[in-house]
Design a protein around this ligand. Structure first.
Ligand code: THU
Length: 140
């Protein structure tokens, strides 16, 4: 079920999608994450002429949230231009997992299609900080 909170997050993702820097793929992506305290933080994909340096919209959003002092993500909206709202790439699944565990994913497109998924269904056995025995802090 798509909630009012999901729709608010999608709106934020749609707005920031306009800032996508994607001259090489022409595939604009907007993302917005809701942190544990309810703050919404946005990100768009930013491409580099050195292609592999490109950063996906979801990671830009999560890293911006972390930079602003947030440590836990509750939900993440992602908007693309595809007919079928697209799921996050594998790298973004991993980062979302580390900062939110079983994040609620709200996947949309510019035509208003929406589907909701849980990260755990897309990333069943994510790597986490507890697996690093030298790590003295974790995000929980
Ligand atoms: N992209 C994202 O922003 N998020 C994803 O989950 C998948 C791909 C971006 C990266 C690149 O700028 C463009 O979409 C095409 O891959």
């Amino acid at each position: 079920m798509v909630t009012d909170e999901d729709r608010e997050l999608l709106e934020a993702a749609l707005e920031v999608q306009k800032n996508a820097h994607c001259p090489f793929s022409a595939y604009p992506v907007g993302s917005a994450v809701r942190t544990q305290d309810g703050t919404i933080v946005r990100g768009c994909n930013v491409e580099s002429a050195s292609f592999s340096l490109t950063c996906c919209a979801e990671r830009v959003a999560v890293f911006s949230a972390v930079s602003a002092g947030h440590r836990r993500i509750y939900s993440c909206a992602i908007v693309t231009i595809e007919d079928r709202p697209a799921p996050p790439c594998g790298a973004c699944r991993q980062v979302l997992w580390e900062f939110g565990g079983d994040v609620r994913l709200v996947l949309g497109n510019t035509n208003g299609a929406v589907r909701v998924a849980q990260l755990k269904d897309l990333l069943p056995d994510g790597f986490s900080a507890e697996q690093l025995d030298r790590c003295t802090t974790n995000t929980d």
